[in-house]
Design a protein around this ligand. Structure first.
Ligand SMILES: CCCCCCCCCCCC(=O)SCCNC(=O)CCNC(=O)[C@H](O)C(C)(C)COP(=O)(O)OP(=O)(O)OC[C@H]1O[C@@H](n2cnc3c(N)ncnc32)[C@H](O)[C@@H]1OP(=O)(O)O
Length: 211
């Protein structure tokens, strides 16, 4: 494996260097969950909250893109430190954030308890969301292995409903490489039982890595 992310990149990426941005993202995550699930607040109360929230938003001033720090091109190992991306990003309220570690054996392992915001059929996790997670873990693993690649084809097999409010254990590994085509695989396990398996055919960049 390459050099440890913690030595080379932490100063640039560590969310500890941006406590205000991390705190506001976490507060908004909690807000989104409360808004989507509350049965206690009345419609009038929520209408009044909407007005206050719009004032806060106006004070923050939205941009066009998420704030993210440049990705290392790899190889790297250890805990993935996300900034603005929608899966790992400590600055992104939509992100879990998923905590993923690149293991010394060249695999990825992570854990996330999904928010009710991603509820799908049967009170379980939405299948599009689990597909999103496995794609991101495989893509990040490739990045950690020094391969800058985009997903060409993603195949997801849903073995069983993935329950909400339980820790999802994600893992990913590389199956094979054929020129620019890299096949990775991933799995989601809940309480020791696999609920999702996936295969990703990733196409490595022909030119220099993109951030
Ligand atoms: C801190 C946090 C870190 C975070 C780190 C970030 C990780 C995030 C991970 C998220 C991953 C994503 O969601 S990525 C976003 C979703 N993906 C995309 O938007 C990709 C959109 N598609 C494209 O840009 C393009 O079609 C590419 C790059 C996939 C391929 O175009 P290309 O580079 O011109 O490829 P081309 O020369 O035509 O083909 C090369 C070979 O690949 C095959 N090939 C080409 N396309 C495909 C395909 N879709 N599926 C299968 N195979 C394909 C061809 O048959 C050929 O095989 P042969 O003839 O050589 O045998």
């Amino acid at each position: 494996m390459g050099q440890d992310w913690t030595q080379l990149e932490r100063a640039l990426f560590d969310p500890a260097g941006h406590p205000g941005r991390v705190a506001v993202a976490e507060a908004v995550r909690e807000l989104m969950r409360a808004v989507a699930t509350t049965t206690a607040a009345t419609d009038d109360e929520l209408g009044e909250v909407a007005g206050r929230l719009r004032q806060i938003t106006a004070g923050i001033v939205a941009g066009d893109r998420c704030v993210r720090y440049p990705l290392p091109t790899g190889p790297f190992s250890g805990r993935v430190l996300g900034s603005g991306d929608p899966v790992f990003g400590m600055f992104n309220p939509v992100a879990g954030p998923l905590v993923v570690t690149i293991e010394p054996d060249g695999t990825a392992a992570g854990v996330l308890t999904p928010s009710p915001l991603f509820e799908g059929p049967g009170g379980a996790v939405h299948g599009g969301y689990t597909a999103f997670l496995v794609d991101a873990v495989m893509g990040t693993l490739l990045r950690a292995l020094g391969i800058s690649a985009l997903t060409g084809t993603l195949s997801v097999r849903y073995l069983a409903l993935t329950p909400l409010a339980r820790p999802l254990h994600l893992s990913a590994w590389v199956e094979s490489t054929d020129g620019r085509k890299v096949t990775a695989a991933a799995r989601i396990t809940v309480d020791g039982r696999p609920t999702v398996t996936a295969t990703g055919l990733f196409i490595a960049a022909a030119g220099p890595a993109q951030g």
